[in-house]
Design a protein. Sequence first.
Lengths: 285, 388
Amino acid sequence: MTTTATEVPMARRRPGREWLIGRGLTYLAAALLALFILVPIYLITVSAFTPRADAYVFPRSVIPTAVSADSILFFLNASGVIDSFWRSVIVALITLALALLIGAPAGYAIARYAFRGRNGYRLVILATRAFPIVILAIPLAVTYRLWGIDDTILGVALMHTALALPFTVLITSSVFVSVPRELEEAAQTLGCSPLQAFLRVSLPLTLPGLAAAAIFTWVMSWNDVFAAVILTLRNPTLPAKILTALPQSPISYQFAAGFVMLVPSLVVIFFIRKYLLGLWGRVVK
Amino acid sequence: MAEIRVERVTKLFKPVRAVDDVSLTIADGEFMVLLGPSGCGKTTLLRSIAGLEQIDGGRIVIGDRDVTELPPRKRNIAMVFQSYAVFPHMTVFENIAFGLRMRRASKGDIDRQVREAAELLHIENLLDRFPAQTSGGQRQRIAVARALAVQPQVLLMDEPLSNLDALLRLEARAELKRLLGEIGSTTIYVTHDQVEAMSMGDRVAVMRAGKLVQVGDPLTIYNEPVDRFVGGFIGNPPMSFLPARIERRDGGAVAVLPDAGEVRIGADDGLGGHTGPILLGIRAENVEIVPAADGTMLRARVLVVEPLGSHNLVTLQVGAEQLKATTRPDERLERNQEVGLRVDPTHIRWLDTEREVAIGADHAAGPGGGQGAVTPQERDTDAPAAGA
């Protein structure tokens, strides 16, 4: 009898300590993860704004001693860099739009409708990514020439859309699965057509997930070098430009290029971020 | 307000006939409960009436419109879902206003009707909140208010109380009954809870394996179940069934129970001249336990006594079978005590041993029974008089 009496406060104290340790470990892991992302960003940024002469000093000081925009300005003023920068932005935006316009309905269909061969379809979508793009390169370049879309913004955007679509479809389908079908059905009994039910109920509820799919698509297009190098010659995207121009450039310009590559992605993620987090503190079920 | 006619509706889910040739007419303003165990097709039938399922055969008429081919939005119905399906990204106000906005009601009308619906369900203080900030019981009210706000011809409810805890459910049940009585809309209410069905419905339609088994007012269903399934499904405790033989002696009938004695049946027996093996369906409250048995009674032995406050539930051994009976709470009975049973033969339900169907009843689902096209009118007139 007395043992149970003493065990009760013990049992209460122990989870407290475990909880603290658990919390500590969680924060530690989060901090490590954040550093893993932030340290390279920081080093690139610092190096990009270091005067050219300091770039070769080793060991480098972690805190910048002198700040200079020389490298950045020089890089931006190099011929074709600004053009290819905008080209990349436009390609990525077209890719984003196309991938979501085509991919989200496909994802919705996979999530909502039980049709024959649904699982096989899902697998086939993924399998397209298993096909090595290197093998595709030559036929693709030839086809693009025949169609007259080689070396164009649209051409690259189409290629990026094709590359991004499998993931867009799979991500959006898992997003739509999370919205109970009954919500759409309720909207339909209250006067919505299926499309209206989707637009008024499912779409607002899936914005966070769709935002994640959008970020993924953007990053995929923005980072792509291979397709861009194959498909462009005089009108390269930024990564293609950097890849062809920079091996011969001093290291300070390489950091400057890295920084210029970095900033637009950060800006995009910053704007999409607010949709990533649930807007309504929602409990769907 | 409108009458609903379900005519020979069939819905297939691949190999299963989820709803199998069901016909049912729900009168204008009637509260009809679809009752049955899970998987019996009651929700599928409700969703078919809502237009959320395309039916594979038959016709659905609401008012005087054939709505079989119409999408849900054109059927002038409203539905309350089991999960409530409250829109999480809208405030309670916007949830209730949703149907009105879709009908392009004026701002003033929307405001007025939302407030009316909210007041009916006592949630007017929640209108600015999001559903995540409300409790389960409140969400259930929001769902009902949202359905009522559009003033539908027909209100469909799919187990709206099953996600509430027991105490809240009891309260919500009475409240919902009062509310729907006031509004007087034609309502179809799906539940697997026979107490809910009994307490709320004007009539109850019992379903099993896609078929309609019995339709009637709650007391008829309770006292005159059409077969063993209905008797065993409705009532707490369920009806007990005892096998016996009917013998004819000196102008009267006698039910002989193996190793337990016999029950004398009067001339007006509801047996229709039946002799031979039979199944007796007996409700617990129609058994009177007499501590000292005499020769005219059934003999039984007390197995378990469960005091439930308002009454005691007694399980008795009668021959090789078990029988449930209720007694007054102050009745003293010991385990293994030998007792006598007095059973009023007019309260006994007689069932065919083979088909386990009530004798004289027109049975929809049983083998060799009617082929499903049983309208409630037929059911009412054909209901046997035994035990009435």
